[in-house]
Design a binder for this molecule. Structure first.
Ligand code: NAD
Length: 359
């Protein structure tokens, strides 16, 4: 049994922001409200750096820095592959999202976001909500993911889940020779915002869905709705006997301890930074487990937020997100042709677009 989940995914020595190619790292502190935040701008080559604000009880500042550096780099790749005119950024607030939040804290944070004059645009992430975005909006226009009654696009999770579903089908097409998920055993780890919508798509298609979550009320609510679901102990996720494993909780679940235990043929889920380190792609390949790159298939939420900024609607975002199927197929093909991992193939695609734009 393994406890595979960790809020921060990077292990080993911390790469410097220069090594990872970041443009700017901003440490924010407001004594009155207790705000401690870090905003990371990885790239503005394709446009303003857009990425959510995560609120998490990091054990120390180093852990928060690691997380924000890696998450913001992932956003650059995500926007580039999705064809959006956005750069990559992300922010973290150090604190307990259940007990430490206040209007004063988010307004102080909003003033820091505003001080970057639009170079960074924020949105929701794990631990933050539409309400928090509304507080931030009192101090800066550089915030998205606002409630519908404030002219925003609302919850991006259904769009994210749809994209994950599309990416999973493309992965299935590559691995099983058919994208039909009927009868496939699929484990969804984390049935929060994204995972719960994904479960609905999978059940509609006739898949045999297994679910796992550390939060019992989430499990109880899902089972009350769908008695046919099988529940897996959170500590036994890695060794579950399934065709497809969909990580939809936090990052780092694909690591040197979990990969030797996996019994699936395909990993396709919505969580960011699923690979704990680069070598984990090779570990998956050594075990002939296919991997649909996270930042490719979970781009639906970003596409939705982009639509909000540009004035497009939810239908446009859904249609753009449907394209994740073709993008994922192309990445599997490219990886096969070059005999490289799909993660690397996706990064190459992102870097090609970034290099084509004069900075
Ligand atoms: P969420 O907080 O709503 O859901 C996460 C769920 O995972 C919770 O129910 C939580 O209890 C559960 N969980 C935590 N630890 C677990 C464990 N060890 N085993 C099983 N379940 C566990 O978050 P979300 O918005 O659904 O996002 C999930 C993931 O998808 C995150 O990594 C997020 O960064 C990523 N993501 C989300 C979006 C979006 O639109 N919401 C977009 C892109 C990427």
């Amino acid at each position: 049994m393994l406890d595979t989940l960790s809020p921060t995914t990077a292990k080993g020595p911390m790469a410097t922001m220069q090594e990872m190619g970041h443009e700017q790292l901003v440490f924010c502190h407001d004594e009155a409200s207790g705000l401690k935040a870090i905003i990371s701008i990885h790239s503005t080559v394709l446009g303003p750096a857009l990425g959510g604000t995560r609120m998490w009880n990091y054990r120390n500042e180093d852990e928060a820095v690691r997380d924000v550096l890696r998450l913001s780099q992932g956003m650059t790749y995500k926007a580039a592959v999705a064809g959006l005119n956005l750069g990559g950024g992300k922010a973290v607030i150090i604190g307990n999202s259940h007990t430490d939040k206040s209007e004063a804290m988010f307004r102080a944070y909003g003033r820091f976001v505003n001080s970057l004059s639009g170079k960074y645009i924020t949105a929701e992430d794990v631990g933050t909500s539409k309400t928090d975005m509304a507080w931030i909006a009192l101090e800066t226009p550089h915030v998205s993911g606002l409630p519908e009654n404030m002219g925003g696009s609302g919850d991006p999770s259904p769009v994210t889940a749809f994209g994950v579903y599309m990416g999973m089908k493309a992965g299935a097409q590559t691995v099983f020779g058919t994208d039909d998920l009927a009868g496939r055993r699929i484990l969804v780890q984390g049935i929060g915002n994204v995972g719960s919508y994904l479960v609905e798509h999978l059940l509609t298609e006739g898949a045999m869905v297994l679910i796992s979550d550390v939060y019992d009320p989430a499990i109880e609510a899902m089972i009350a709705k769908h008695q046919e679901l099988t529940v897996v102990n959170p500590l036994q996720v890695a060794e579950a006997d399934v065709d497809i494993y969909a990580p939809c909780a936090l990052g780092g679940t694909l690591n040197s301890q979990s990969i030797p235990l996996l019994r699936c043929s395909l990993v396709a889920g919505g969580a960011n930074n699923q690979l704990a380190e680069e070598d984990d792609m090779q570990r998956l390949m050594d075990r002939s487990i296919a991997y649909a790159p996270d930042f490719v298939i979970n781009a639906g939420g970003l596409i939705n937020v982009y639509a909000e900024i540009k004035g497009f609607n939810r239908n446009w975002a859904m249609e753009q997100t449907r394209n994740i199927y073709q993008q994922t197929l192309a990445i599997f093909e490219q990886a096969g042709n070059e005999n490289i991992g799909t993660h690397k193939a996706a990064i190459q695609l992102a870097q090609k677009r970034l290099a084509s734009v004069p900075s």
